[in-house]
Design a protein around this ligand. Structure first.
Ligand code: RP5
Length: 166
C-alpha cells in the first residue's frame, strides 16, 4: 500500500522527483505517482486530495513549476502533511515556484523544499513516517550513517591526494 502520494504538475517534473521516488523505494516505502495540474486538471487534483487519507496515504509530495499553486491547492483539501517541491522551469527558473510554495498565507501550511529538492522531499516524508513506523526510523538512521561514512571517506581520499603531492 502506498504511504506517500507524489503529485507532479506535469510529466516534465518527473526527472526531479525520480531520485526521491527511488529513495522512498530504497527505504521500503511505496509511493503512488499522479500527474495532475492545479489549473489544467483541477478536478483530478481535488479528487486525489480529498480521497488520499482514506486510501492510506500519510504524506503527499507535490512538485510543480511556474506559479506553483499545486501543493497549496492539495493542502487546502486535506490535513495530511504536504511537502512542496519547486521545479526549476520557465523564465524564472524555479524562483517563482519557490516563492509561490513558501509564501502560503496563514492557515494552510506547505513544507517547502529547495528548488528541485526532490530527494530532500522524500527524506522529509520518511522523517514524518518514521514517527510512526519503527522500520522506517531504522532505515533512515542507516541512511544517515552511510551518508556520514561516505563524507569521511571523501575527506580521507582528498587528504591522501593532497599529501601525495607534497
Ligand atoms: C507546471 O509548469 C509544471 O509543474 C511544470 O513544472 C511546468 C511546465 O509544464 P509543461 O509545460 O512541461 O507541461 O505546471
Amino acid at each position: 500500500m502506498a504511504l506517500v502520494g507524489i503529485v507532479l504538475g506535469s510529466d516534465s517534473d518527473w526527472p526531479v522527483m525520480e531520485s526521491g521516488f527511488q529513495l522512498l523505494k530504497d527505504n521500503g516505502v511505496e509511493a503512488e505517482i499522479l500527474v495532475a495540474s492545479a489549473h489544467r486538471t483541477p478536478d483530478v487534483v481535488r479528487e486525489f486530495a480529498v480521497s488520499a487519507k482514506a486510501k492510506g496515504i500519510e504524506v503527499i509530495i507535490a512538485a510543480a513549476g511556474g506559479a506553483a499553486h499545486l501543493p497549496g491547492v492539495i493542502a487546502a483539501h486535506t490535513t495530511l502533511p504536504v511537502v512542496g517541491v519547486p521545479i526549476a522551469s520557465g523564465a524564472l527558473k524555479g524562483t517563482d515556484a519557490l516563492l509561490s510554495i513558501a509564501q502560503m498565507p496563514s492557515g494552510v501550511p506547505v513544507a517547502t523544499m529547495a528548488i528541485d529538492g526532490g530527494k530532500n522531499a522524500a527524506l522529509y516524508a520518511l522523517s514524518i513516517l518514521a514517527l510512526k513506523y519503527e522500520s522506517i526510523a531504522k532505515s533512515l538512521d542507516f541512511f544517515r550513517k552511510e551518508q556520514s561514512e561516505a563524507v569521511r571517506h571523501k575527506n580521507v581520499a582528498l587528504q591522501n591526494k593532497i599529501n601525495s603531492k607534497r
